[in-house]
Design a protein around this ligand. Sequence first.
Ligand SMILES: [Zn+2]
Length: 116
Amino acid sequence: MSCNRKAFAVRAAGAAALLAFLHFVSVPAEPRYPLCAYHWLTGRPCPLCGLTRGIFALAKGRLHEAEHFNALSPLGFAMLFSLFWSRQGHALAWTRLWAAGIAAFALYGALRVAVV
Ligand SMILES: [Zn+2]
C-alpha cells in the first residue's frame, strides 16, 4: 500500500469513526451546565452556541433540529470533516472553505448579538 493510500485510509477511518460517534452518541438539547462563558455573562448566544448540539443532530440526519441549535451547523459540519481531507492538491478549496466559514461565523455572531 502506497503512502498516499495509507494516509487516505487513515483519514477515511478517522472521519468514519467521528461520524459514527456523532451518530450513536446523544447530547442533551439543553446542557446541564452552561459551557459558554459569553452566554453565561450576557444571556445572549455567541456565534458558536449550539454548534456542538447541531453537529450531533446533523450526524443523525436531523437538519431542522441542527439549524434550530445553530443555523451554521451544516457549515460547521463541513468544516469539521474537511479536517480529514488531504489539503494536497486541494489547498485553495480548503482555504476558501475555512476563510468563508470563519467570516460567516463572525457575521452570524454579530447578528446574534445584535438581534437575538
Ligand atoms: Zn456560546
